[in-house]
Design a protein around this ligand. Structure first.
Ligand SMILES: Cc1cc2nc3c(=O)[nH]c(=O)nc-3n(C[C@H](O)[C@H](O)[C@H](O)COP(=O)(O)O)c2cc1C
Length: 382
């Protein structure tokens, strides 16, 4: 799906660690392991997480493609240690033969013809999203050099909705960062926390909705000329690939289906020497191309599948009906999912920027961008 900034991840949830290779980064982009670690910490946090996150202190070690804090243009390899591996390496846990509803245990075991579903859950676990956040740390550094900023927050959790914010993006995300549930509004934060406590007491789990915004964007990233070049489709596919994400919308998305045309479009006016929009209901793309407005992507996360309340399943060894075995789990991971959605959006945008502006050194990428912006009369923005 990504063609200009590709990445691969490998690793099991309780194996020695995760490996990431990112290919296509131009040279001379400043990157730092400590900067990446900040995002890894953000992914580990959030009220309602399970015990695993107390064990891990994720840190991505860069083992190639970076010299003296700058990319060289070569593929970048990173490794993240699984601290929990020490607790597992000398154990031989019994096979898992009862698939957990809501996980890929059953379909995965049928597909790969495994008798032990542990072989499925080890790789399908959301532990893999740690690797994506590390890869996105590089994408964010690249976007930062091109004036693009990105942030994510929780807009709803377990049915508790945050009020519609009226704040500049930077301030909104600054406030969300201080919340235990990544919600900008302190009063809603308290209600979301209470909702998680309630779910926990009821031996249940919760989902929610996260919103990611990227701003400072050039118009013209993505293309309308072919379906697989459309940026909205690329964003939706990447975000939908995240564990437990079951819905993606851009701009007003689903709500616009119930409105009339005049309530949905963003009128084009002239101001500041260029076309401007007073509204951004489209969420920053029209026809699969950025229009210069912020990209606004929302994602719906289903409740965590693993519940303390036993759920009906079948023992695949015997065909007997039984209940699933409880595996240590989160009650709610919506605040963490916001960081993962942020990561996938950053990777897709970085890919789109490299498609549009190219460049083997970030100076070349930047100068191509500046030249383009000036030739379309968009310099007022930057
Ligand atoms: C950050 C994050 C943490 C998650 N933690 C858990 C968890 O602790 N327990 C669980 O059952 N599912 C968890 N999930 C969701 C499962 O990984 C996911 O539902 C499962 O792999 C099946 O995939 P699907 O829901 O996309 O179909 C988490 C998802 C994310 C994004």
């Amino acid at each position: 799906m990504l063609r200009f900034l590709r990445f691969l991840t490998a690793g099991e949830s309780h194996g020695p660690g995760l490996t990431i290779v990112v290919e296509g980064m131009p040279a001379a982009v400043p990157v730092s392991e400590d900067q990446i670690a900040m995002d890894l910490r953000r992914r580990q946090g959030g009220y309602g997480r399970g015990g695993r996150m107390l064990i891990e202190q994720d840190y991505a070690y860069i083992t190639s493609g970076v010299t003296q804090g700058r990319t060289t243009g070569s593929p970048i390899a990173m490794t993240i240690e699984n601290k929990d591996y020490a607790n597992w390496k000398d154990k031989s846990p019994p096979p898992i033969t009862v698939p957990r509803p809501g996980h890929v245990d059953l379909a995965g075991a049928l597909k790969y013809q495994h008798d032990d579903m542990r072989l499925v859950l080890e790789r399908s676990s959301a532990r893999e999203t740690t690797a994506r956040v590390a890869a996105a740390g590089l994408a964010k550094s690249l976007l930062g050099e091109l004036d693009v900023k990105i942030g994510g927050h929780v807009v709803a959790l377990g049915g508790v909705e945050a009020p519609v914010p009226d704040l500049p993006w930077g301030e909104l995300f600054g406030r969300a960062e201080e919340s235990e549930v990544r919600c900008y509004d302190p009063e809603t934060t308290q209600r979301m926390i209470a909702r998680i406590d309630e779910a926990k007491a009821g031996r249940d789990t919760l989902g929610g909705v996260v919103e990611v915004v990227a701003w400072g964007l050039a118009p013209g990233v993505g293309s309308f000329v072919h379906w697989d070049r459309k940026l909205d489709g690329r964003l939706a596919g990447a975000v939908m690939s995240i564990n437990a994400i079951k819905g993606v919308e851009i701009g007003h998305g689903f709500a616009s289906a119930a409105r009339s045309g005049t309530q949905v479009q963003d009128a084009i006016r002239w101001g500041e020497g260029r076309p401007i929009r007073a509204t951004n209901r489209a969420g920053g793309t029209e026809g699969g191309v950025t229009n210069g407005e912020p990209i606004v992507v929302r994602a719906a996360m289903k409740p965590i599948s693993t519940t303390l309340t036993p759920q009906p399943s079948v023992d695949m060894r015997t065909g007997e009906e039984t209940v699933m075995e409880y595996q240590r789990s989160d009650i709610c991971a919506v605040p963490a999912a916001a960081v993962v959605v942020e990561a996938m959006v950053a990777l897709v945008l970085a890919d789109g920027y490299l498609e549009k502006f190219g460049g083997d050194n970030i100076r070349e990428t930047r100068s191509n961008m500046e030249q383009y912006l000036s030739s379309i009369g968009w310099s007022a923005l930057v």
